[in-house]
Structure formats: structure tokens, C-alpha cells
Design a protein around this ligand. Structure first.
Ligand code: CA
Length: 654
């Protein structure tokens, strides 16, 4: 769209149009093209009167060595070329737009790919210099597709900051590159623990540059989950061994991904494009005020994130920004999937363009998010990437709160229990989660807690879990909501994860559940100290039986395609529910489902405090999991009936 002369309240504004009508930038959104011969800079700012590029010799230098007026282009971007090798220098942009309501100052721009400490200035480097040895040979581990995923969500600091991790680079990206680390009791920790557990993917909490941890004081114990984005296309400095060296954080994050890939584990990053840490100082506002955020008619910021702002993915440049940023992480860092925070704030068209872009690179890359918002987004509901609309979005998944809350009780009340407490009335919600939230004739939707109709088309669109970072640990939740007797905590923990790991959705675990970690009852530990969030790896020896059970569930799932059919028609054909007493869910996977070696598989989840007996389908069955243990006792067989011990799962095959 051509720029027009407009005026506001009789005041001449110059060459501007309203942000909603700005022309889109032509070509790539990259702001720096570096070669040893020259560096080309570009910043998109259609409303600006002028833009100044400043080049600094160092991150801290007070005065720039160069200050250049950038040249305006037709598409509203401003460009400048600096001759000679600028490697090792830093740059900022300064936009002048006198009528902006925001204080405009120097910014590293929206697409900085390297920054100084605390992300204040962008750094000029050759990204090839940040590649670790062997990076060109790095390959994604073999993986058929979403149906085979078992996701383990983790925070770098939770995972390795405690001395018992035995890790040298505690709390850093490099922690996951160290093999041979052991707990004081000699059990595997670090990357070896992940391999031993058997998960296919780790989902790292936000690892792009976020604002809340002061990177210039690594000696201070500082903690944050990182849902406060600052520079979207740069790794967080506090996870690097030297945040003052712009190349270090990039290289070390790549080393982490390379090590995980070598160990057979894919890497998903949690991304938070739905809001920024603040508005005035964000690179969005500093380059193009009032364009990237949703505003009410009277100019107030939307707040569907609950963090004071929400971005406007329906605007062309924000839409393209999200797609290009995800592409950048996929190509430059070899990431294997993305978890979108508060995905319900974004529009479906943006999420589908991200999906198409990922498919063009590798269709096995995962894409899912939270199908909700923390407030009402300023966009028509029908356009939003909400859970109930996931069926419009093939290849995009969402978290299943239906089964989560049916198992352990609602998000809104930590003290309210559900199925795990033996309470009746939650069976249909659990069945709904077990089929992956598809339409299934044997699930009575009128009795499902949150969904009146199926919300997935394929079962792999449902991310199935009982706990994640932003809630109580399962152990804390059980302690808070169930009057626990001896041994019940462990029994119920195993029962809950049996539902998750035998479901047709994508199973998802939160770090440390497998060693029975707790967070001392803290629900929202986003900035709690290490004493709350760290994992004491001595727990692994104390709770080795629980760990072996999780390991057994994962091994069972991986060995048996019947548990992850990946296709709604196959689930409807092969998965059937058995008649069961109250507070029991039982199903059978029939007829070598998915080419399984076993003909029929029976799974019974009994949350009663008493043993129950159910009728089995025809055949002679052997237990693979009974009384809270994985077993290979072929002599113990079941015909016609099976009795299931209190608060346990029974898994049989014929
Ligand atoms: Ca940071």
C-alpha cells in the first residue's frame, strides 16, 4: 500500500499512515547480512521520520565509532551498508518518530541473531564461527512422526543446578553435553538419565533471550522460567558459560542440541511469541510503535497473556515474523519442534503457516501449544488457535486439560481431587483423553468435563499429561488433594502416568516426576529460588522403584505400536472400552493393532481403594504390568476375569 499524507486533529504528521495500513517489508525479515566485505542492515519502520544506525567497537563503549542515517525504501524499511569487516562490533537502531506515545531509544532490532550481555546491543558475527565441530554433520534422530513422540519437559536450571546432579556445567546448556554424570548413589543423571528413561524428545522451557535474569551476575543464584521474551532469535545468556561473549551462547546451545541428537533425543523449544516482557522497551515498539500489538479501539493494549500485552499475529508482519523466527531456529539450531505458549492468542492462519513451513523442512517436526489464553484476545474467537478449534488445524496439537483434570482435579483448586482419589464421575473424561480426544462412539461426550464435542481430528493432536511446569508437581498435588495413606502416593503416581503413557495422544512428562521430586507445594514457581525448583538427584536412588516403573511404561509404549496408532480410524477400529465398575477405566486394543506383535492388549486403571474384578474378552492373557510392577511372569495367566489391586493398573496381553 502506498504511503499517504495524513493528518491528525489538524496536525501535520508527515509521511505516515496508520500502523494497520503499513506496507509489508519485501523479502527476508533478517536485519543483518554479514560478509567480511560489508555488512548490510535493514530495519522495518514505515512510520519513522528517520532511522540511525550506530556501530560500536564494544558492547560497553559509550560513543559509537560510526553513526549513519539509514535510507528509506518503498516498503517502509530503512537500509544501510557498512563497508569493511565489521565482525566483533556491535550495532543498534534508533528510530525517530516524534508523534509516538512511546519513548524511543536505541534497540538491537527485532531480528538480532547475536547480542551483548543482557541483550542491549546486537552483535556482528559470522554465524558459521558459532558452529561446534561436526555441526554440519548433525542429523535429527530417526523418527517416524508425531505418533511416536514421548515428550519430557525440562528447565535447564531445575535439571542440573543441584550438586547431586554430578554435572560440571550446572544449570547451563552444556550440562546436557556431559556423559558419565552420576548421583551420589551412582545412578545416572544428566543426558545419560534421559537416555535411560527412554524419552524421544525433550521440551526445553524458553531458551531464547529473556529479560528477568541479570546475565551480568552469573555468580548470583537467579531463577526464572523465561516467559518474558526480550530477543526472540538469540539464546538466553544466563544458560551460557560466558554471557559477555555473543558467540558463546549460540555455540553452547548448538552443542547441547548436537549432544542430544547424538544420544537419539530430539529437541523442542517452548516459544512465547504471544507477548513481550514489556511494551515500551521491546524491539517491536522501538522499531515500529503500535504495530505489533493488539490495541483496543481507544488505543489500550490487549492483555490476553495476563502479562500486560498481546501480539497481533493477524497483522502481516507479526505473522511473518513468527513464521520466519521459527524457521530460523529450525534451520540455524536444528530444533525439532515447537511448543507455543498461550497459542490461543495467535490466529489459526499463522499457526498453519508455521506448520506448512515446518513440513517443507521435515514433516516429522512437532508443533503444538496451549489451546487457551489467559484473558480474552482482541480477535474474533473463530480465528484463534484455541483448543476447541484445533480440528481446523491439521498437524497442530494442544494440551489436553480434559484428562489432566479428570485425573488429578481442576487447575483452579489445588485441593480438589478427582479420579486418583477414587472419586466416580471422571471415567468418560479419562476415556476421552485415552483415545486422543477424537470422536469415538464409546466415549459419552455428555459426561466429559470440559469438551462437549471431540476437538481433535487425529489423536496426535492431543498432548496428554498430568503435570507440567506451571502447576504443582504430581506429588504435591496428590498430597494437597488426597488424604494419603501409606504407599498411596507412589501407587497413585504410577496409576496417573499409566493413563498418560498408554494413551493415544502424545504423552508428556514434567522433569523430575520420575524420581518423585516435589516443589514444596509451590504451584507457580516461575521465579522461586533453587531450593524450590532444583532436583535433588539423590531422589533417584530413594525412588528407584518408581523410576523403573516410568522406564517400563516408556519401553512398553515404544515396543508396542498398538499404544500409539497415530490415526483416528485405527483407534476407532482397534480400541474398545470394557465394562468396568465405578472409578475404573478398562479398554482393549484388539487384533494386532498397528501391526503389534500382541493380538489383544487389555489395560485397566483402578483408582478404588479396594481391589476390583472385571470380565475379560475371550482369550488367555499374561500380565506385563500388575500390582505397580512390570513383570515378565509368563506363568501367571488370566482367563475370563481379572482382579486388579487397589489403586493400580493392570496391563495384559494374549
Ligand atoms: Ca537474557
Amino acid at each position: 500500500m502506498a504511503l499517504t499524507l495524513v493528518s491528525c486533529a489538524g496536525q501535520k504528521m508527515g509521511l505516515v499512515s496508520s500502523p494497520a495500513e503499513y506496507p509489508a517489508k519485501q523479502g527476508s525479515l533478517k536485519e543483518l547480512v554479514y560478509t567480511p566485505a560489508e555488512s548490510q542492515f535493514s530495519v522495518w519502520s514505515p512510520g519513522a521520520k528517520s532511522v540511525t544506525l550506530r556501530i560500536y567497537a564494544t558492547a560497553e563503549a559509550e560513543e559509537p565509532i560510526k553513526s549513519l542515517k539509514m535510507r528509506r525504501q518503498e516498503d517502509g524499511s530503512w537500509t544501510a551498508t557498512v563497508k569493511g569487516d565489521q565482525k566483533g562490533r556491535f550495532y543498534t537502531f534508533q528510530v525517530q518518530q516524534p508523534l509516538s506515545r512511546w519513548q524511543l531509544h536505541e534497540t538491537p532490532g527485532i531480528f538480532a541473531t547475536a547480542v551483548s550481555v543482557n541483550g542491549k546491543r546486537a552483535a556482528i558475527l559470522d554465524l558459521r564461527d558459532t558452529d561446534p565441530e561436526g555441526w554440519q554433520q548433525d542429523r535429527r534422530p530417526a523418527f517416524r512422526g508425531a505418533q511416536d513422540a514421548i515428550v519430557y519437559e525440562m528447565h535447564h536450571r531445575d535439571y542440573s543446578i543441584h550438586p547431586s546432579s554430578g554435572v560440571q556445567h550446572r544449570g547451563k546448556f552444556l550440562a546436557l553435553t556431559e556423559h558419565g554424570t552420576r548421583s551420589p548413589e551412582g545412578l545416572k543423571t544428566g543426558i545419560d538419565h534421559l537416555v535411560e528413561l527412554g524419552v524421544t524428545h525433550v521440551q526445553i522451557l524458553p531458551s531464547y533471550d529473556y529479560a528477568s535474569v541479570d546475565e551480568s551476575h552469573p555468580e548470583k543464584a537467579q531463577y526464572n522460567w523465561g516467559y518474558d521474551p526480550q530477543n526472540y532469535n538469540v539464546p538466553e545468556g544466563s544458560y551460557a558459560t560466558d554471557a559477555t561473549d555473543p558467540a558463546c551462547r549460540i555455540r553452547e546451545m548448538k552443542q547441547m542440541i548436537q549432544a542430544l541428537h547424538k544420544a537419539g533425543i530430539r529437541v523442542i523449544m517452548d516459544v512465547v511469541y504471544n507477548h513481550t516482557f514489556d511494551v515500551e522497551n521491546s524491539a517491536f515498539t522501538q522499531t515500529c510503535p503500535d504495530y505489533f500489538y493488539r490495541l483496543t479501539a481507544d488505543g489500550h493494549l490487549g492483555n490476553a497473556s495476563g502479562c500486560g500485552n498481546e501480539t497481533a499475529s493477524e497483522r502481516e508482519m507479526m505473522h511473518r515474523y513468527i513464521v520466519e523466527s521459527v524457521r530460523y531456529w529450525t534451520e540455524e539450531y536444528h530444533l525439532d519442534g515447537f511448543r507455543f505458549d498461550l497459542m490461543g492468542i495467535h490466529d489459526q492462519a499463522t499457526m498453519m503457516d508455521v506448520r506448512r513451513m515446518l513440513d517443507s523442512i521435515d514433516p516429522s517436526l512437532l508443533l503444538y501449544g496451549e489451546g487457551w489464553a489467559a484473558g480474552s484476545p482482541l480477535l474474533d474467537y473463530d480465528k484463534l488457535a484455541m483448543k476447541a478449534l484445533i480440528k481446523n488445524m491439521p498437524g497442530v496439537g494442544a494440551f489436553c486439560d480434559d484428562m489432566r483434570d479428570a485425573l488429578r482435579g481442576p487447575f483452579s483448586d489445588d485441593h480438589q481431587a478427582a479420579f486418583l482419589d477414587g472419586q466416580p464421575g471422571h471415567e468418560e473424561s479419562i476415556k476421552f483423553g485415552l483415545v486422543g480426544c477424537i470422536a469415538h462412539p464409546e466415549v459419552n461426550m455428555s459426561k466429559v468435563n470440559y469438551s462437549r464435542e471431540p476437538w481433535t481430528v487425529q489423536p496426535t493432536q492431543s498432548i496428554n499429561y498430568v503435570s507440567c511446569h506451571d502447576d504443582m508437581m504430581l506429588t504435591d498435588r496428590l498430597r494437597a488433594s488426597v488424604k494419603l495413606q501409606d504407599g498411596e502416593l507412589e501407587r497413585l503416581d504410577k496409576l496417573a502416568q499409566t493413563a498418560v503413557l498408554t494413551s493415544q495422544g502424545i504423552p508428556f512428562l514434567w522433569v523430575g516426576e520420575e524420581v518423585m521430586r516435589d516443589k514444596k507445594g509451590v504451584h507457580n514457581s516461575y521465579n522461586s529460588p533453587d531450593s524450590i525448583n532444583q532436583i535433588d538427584w539423590s531422589l533417584k536412588a530413594k525412588n528407584e522403584d518408581l523410576f523403573r516403573y516410568y522406564q517400563g511404561l516408556i519401553a512398553l509404549r515404544k515396543a508396542h505400536p498398538a499404544f500409539h496408532l497415530g490415526d483416528a480410524e485405527l483407534v476407532r477400529k482397534h480400541m474398545h472400552f470394557l465394562e468396568a465398575p465405578q472409578s475404573v477405566v478398562a479398554y482393549v486394543l484388539t487384533d494386532h493393532a498397528g501391526g503389534d506383535a500382541w493380538q489383544d492388549i487389555v489395560v485397566v486403571l483402578n483408582s478404588n481403594r479396594e481391589a476390583v474384578t472385571i470380565n475379560l474378552p475371550d482369550g488367555k492373557f499374561t500380565a506385563v504390568c500388575a500390582d505397580g510392577q512390570f513383570t515378565d511372569d509368563a506363568k501367571k495367566t488370566y482367563e475370563k476375569k481379572a482382579t486388579i489391586a487397589p489403586q493400580t493398573a493392570l496391563i495384559l496381553h494374549d
